[in-house]
Design a protein around this ligand. Structure first.
Ligand SMILES: Nc1ncnc2c1ncn2[C@@H]1O[C@H](COP(=O)(O)OP(=O)(O)OP(=O)(O)O)[C@@H](O)[C@H]1O
Length: 229
């Protein structure tokens, strides 16, 4: 398994007590598969993504990313694991207004110290993969919402992550564009063998995913193996 959460419990301080955001959650996501996490607001979906991204440490349980058990890692080691093995697609693309589409994607490689030429070639390849080769020189305000989300996805793939974590990618898109983004995520997951987790409120396009799990009050109520195909 490329991403494994085993018996993960996460609590937050809540006055004098603790609020249980994740309650013994287990999830296995193999390479090359896309799992959707659905569930009502406040059920723990974002907490699950934050745990998988190693941004938050569980109270109990194990998180294994691309063969690395994160329990023993310090802050710097977790940051390196995130940089090298985990791609995160946030709900809002957060693109830098002054950079072109190609530069938005390239900048990820500069952060990890790769060569400029290799970064440029890979950014071109990824813009092509997300269907935006002809938009490489445009700045964010010259792109549609769906195109900005595609750049967001290309950027998350820049460092060839083993695990791709995607938060509500279709929330700002109409039905058709939402379907296209889901198609793209499903295709990239297979082509690039990522273990992809998608958090979504949008139940419309789930025929594209390999499995759907439902969060309810911090618990997973359906097994990851539930196939929609
Ligand atoms: N930093 C925090 N401190 C305290 N409680 C938190 C914190 N983050 C989330 N919570 C609580 O944990 C529970 C799970 O929240 P989470 O954001 O994971 O849910 P969600 O399913 O992603 O919700 P939404 O769909 O509205 O984004 C909620 O009750 C929320 O209020």
């Amino acid at each position: 398994m490329t991403l494994t959460l085993a018996d993960v419990t996460l609590t937050y301080p809540d006055g004098d007590a603790r609020l249980t955001a994740l309650d013994r959650v287990s999830l296995d996501v193999p390479a090359g598969t896309l799992t959707a996490v659905v569930g009502p607001s406040g059920s723990g979906k974002s907490s699950l993504l934050a745990i998988a991204a190693t941004l938050v440490t569980p109270d109990q349980g194990r998180v294994v990313v691309a063969g690395t058990d994160t329990a023993g890692l310090g802050r710097a080691e977790k940051a390196a694991l995130r940089r090298e093995r985990i791609g995160i697609v946030f709900q809002q693309p957060n693109l830098l207004p002054s950079l072109t589409a190609a530069e938005q994607v390239q900048v990820m490689a500069h952060l990890s110290g790769g060569s400029v030429r290799a970064a440029r070639a890979r950014a071109e390849e990824l813009l092509d993969a997300v269907g935006l080769a002809d938009r490489a020189d445009r700045r964010p305000h010259q792109l549609s919402g769906g195109e900005r989300q595609r750049i967001n996805i290309a950027r998350a793939l820049m460092n060839e992550p083993a695990v791709l974590l995607v938060d509500e990618p279709t929330s700002a898109l109409d039905h058709e564009r939402g379907a296209a983004v889901l198609d793209l995520l499903a295709a990239l997951t297979r082509e690039r063998s990522t273990a992809t987790v998608l958090v979504t409120h949008d139940l419309a396009h789930l025929d594209r995913v390999d499995g759907t799990v439902t969060m309810e009050d911090g618990r997973l109520t359906a097994p990851a193996a539930t196939s929609c195909r």
